[in-house]
Design a protein around this ligand. Structure first.
Ligand code: NI
Length: 169
């Protein structure tokens, strides 16, 4: 396992679409392990490959029951095939520094993905789990949670970020 660097907005790779994974090998398992380690180190509850500069459709999502548990699932080529209900909740992102905002998401989703052998997986997810998956799948499409906000709010964040980055120089 290796810790990877998490790229942050406005890094261009975060705006690119990840490619579908067709090779299911050891390297893929290694990538998932790196994503998991990097996510917990941050710490975060989800991470998509784009965020470490890898344009492949793979995400990891924390499913720990407790702090020490550190259990995550890996979804390869995940697709949200159905969604119902809508809930607004606070979100942040390891790639969007110093910002949180309320985002509207489906309350319940149906997910299809593949496992490490390329076998299909399907399941339903609700609430927090569903929110994280929707957020991470967005990343694979080059989308960030701030894209769900009004242009005004997004503009304010861009201004704030400019100041933060300037002060870091
Ligand atoms: Ni994110």
């Amino acid at each position: 396992m290796a810790l990877r660097k998490i790229l942050t907005y406005p890094e261009p790779v975060l705006r690119q679409k990840a490619k579908k994974i067709t090779v299911f090998d050891e390297e893929l398992k290694q990538l998932a392990a790196d994503l998991g380690q990097t996510m917990y180190d941050a710490p975060g509850v989800g991470l998509a490959a784009n965020q470490i500069g890898v344009l492949k459709q793979i995400i990891v999502v924390d499913v720990s029951k407790s702090e020490e548990d550190k259990k995550f699932i890996t979804l390869i080529n995940p697709v949200i095939s159905e969604g119902e209900g809508s809930v607004t909740g606070e979100e942040g992102c390891l790639s969007v520094i110093e910002y949180e905002a309320k985002v509207k998401r489906f309350q319940k989703i149906h997910v299809t993905a593949q496992d490490f052998d390329g076998e299909p997986i399907t399941f339903d997810a609700e609430d927090r789990f569903a929110r994280i998956i929707q957020h991470e799948v967005d990343h694979l499409h080059g989308k960030l949670f701030i894209d769900h906000l009004s242009a005004l709010k997004r503009g304010l964040y861009k201004k704030k970020l400019k100041k933060i980055l300037k002060n870091r120089l």
